[in-house]
Design a protein around this ligand. Structure first.
Ligand code: PMT
Length: 402
């Protein structure tokens, strides 16, 4: 599977640089075309000659170094690579990329790359815990970079804690996962809904919910990274849309209904992660509602159920719903997946820490109409997004939808 793949390994200055040598050697042994770039401080830990011998290619170290084979090495390697792996990734390179700094060969290559990039952080436990580093890692996740989570263990500085580079075998498995997904959705159109709806009461107030849009944006990003054409129908959120997708902003459930129905005939699959308001105020006051001494009674009327309608209309499309539950997760999810005629439902118990609204992670259970239930461990929302897309692709193949 790795044969012929062009993998660029970026080595930065940390003691775990020696583990990158094992990775380079094994990737080359699996017939990948491996190129190595080293930062200036990486050379203090391992000699470029080591990587040159293991990869069979000259090691690139400088942006402007005369005599190296490519006139603009960062552009050439960014364009040629199927995958970039930064191993080990120091707090410095993580901070530079999160901050948009490109001032050496490796950081400019990452900036110019359109292929997936995997960062493998390794550092002292206190550096890893530092809120600045954590903020930068969250930024990388949000931007769609892949991360190999560091392990807990004894660190080179003599302390114990999280910050150890995962064993190279684990990184190798992650590399295989990423490459097996690259381009597997090309030719497909994926419609994703994300975020909350807002149902206006008067010109200044509305009824809404706690959805941040993170889950839906992660699905849109993952699908786009895998080569799909992505239409993202989004309620009001404070997130940057992933590059290269078609964003259609909406506010109310009825607007979302209209846009989704219009796009539906052109798409191959729908992932409905938006939290749609089930009810809206029956009347929207033209003027701001004034305070008086009495209680205010609002009359609400039902919004259309977008997903139910999609389930009624669907032909060859695959439909994935989400369910935000606060108890009896499996039972409720099973009834929803059947009632709405879905192919898959992703249920999340939004009362659990690290799950549901606003969190960077989620804890989901996959529920199929035939009663199959697959509980998943806690994972970041991008990983869950990829897992959902894997499941949909398996369903497509099983049904012979090409
Ligand atoms: O946005 P985040 O902060 O990252 O949070 C993620 C999330 C919690 C919003 C997400 O993981 C999630 O659970 N989304 C679905 C929330 C929801 O509306 O669940 P529900 O059980 O009420 O609805 C079931 C399904 O029907 C959903 O796919 C929903 O989009 C859809 N629906 C609901 C009502 C309606 N009128 N029309 C719909 O299409």
């Amino acid at each position: 599977m790795l044969a012929g793949k062009v993998i660029t390994i970026g080595v930065t200055g940390g003691i775990a640089a020696y583990k990158a040598a094992w990775l380079v050697s094994n990737l080359a042994g699996l017939e990948a075309e491996v190129h190595v770039m080293m930062t200036r401080s990486a050379k203090a830990f391992v000699s470029p000659l080591t990587f040159q011998v293991l990869s069979g290619h000259p090691v690139r170290t400088g942006l402007f170094t005369a005599g190296e084979d490519a006139p603009i090495p960062h552009v050439e390697m960014a364009a040629r690579s199927d995958l970039l792996v930064i191993v080990p990734a120091t707090a410095n390179i993580i901070g530079k990329v999160a901050g948009g700094i490109a001032d050496d060969l490796l950081s400019t290559t990452i900036m110019a790359a359109t292929c997936p990039v995997l960062f493998c952080p390794a550092m002292n436990v206190n550096m890893y815990r530092n809120p600045v580093v954590q903020r930068n890692l969250a930024m990388l996740r949000e931007l769609g970079y892949h991360l190999a989570e560091p392990e807990v263990g004894r660190l080179a500085c003599g302390t114990e804690g999280r910050g150890r580079l995962p064993e190279p075998e684990i990184i190798l498995e992650q590399i295989k996962d990423i490459l097996s997904r690259a381009g597997d959705l090309s030719g497909m159109t994926v419609l994703v809904t994300a975020g909350p709806t807002r149902e206006p009461l008067d010109p200044v107030r509305y009824i809404t919910n706690r959805s941040s849009g993170k889950m839906g944006y992660a699905v849109a990003r993952a699908a786009s990274r895998r080569g799909a054409r992505v239409i993202l129908v989004s309620g009001a959120v404070g997130l940057e849309p992933p590059p290269g997708i078609k964003l259609i902003p909406v506010e109310t459930a009825r607007q979302m209904f209209d846009v989704v129905m219009e796009q539906f005939p052109t798409v191959d699959m729908v992932v409905k992660s938006a939290a749609v308001a089930d009810y809206r105020p029956k009347e929207m006051a033209v003027q701001k509602i004034k305070k008086n001494e009495n209680n205010l009674i609002l009359e609400l009327e039902k919004n259309p159920d977008i997903l139910f309608e999609l389930g009624r209309r669907k032909g060859r499309q695959l439909l994935v719903g989400f369910a935000a539950e606060t108890g009896d997760v499996e039972e409720n999810a099973l009834s929803k997946v059947r009632h709405k005629n879905l192919d898959l439902l992703v249920a999340n118990d939004v009362t659990l820490p690290g799950a549901g609204f606003g969190a960077d992670t989620n804890i989901a259970t996959l529920v199929y109409p035939d009663g199959t239930v697959i509980p998943l461990p806690k994972m970041d929302k991008l990983s869950l997004a990829h897992r959902i897309l894997d499941e949909v692709l398996t369903l497509r193949r099983a049904r012979n939808i090409l």
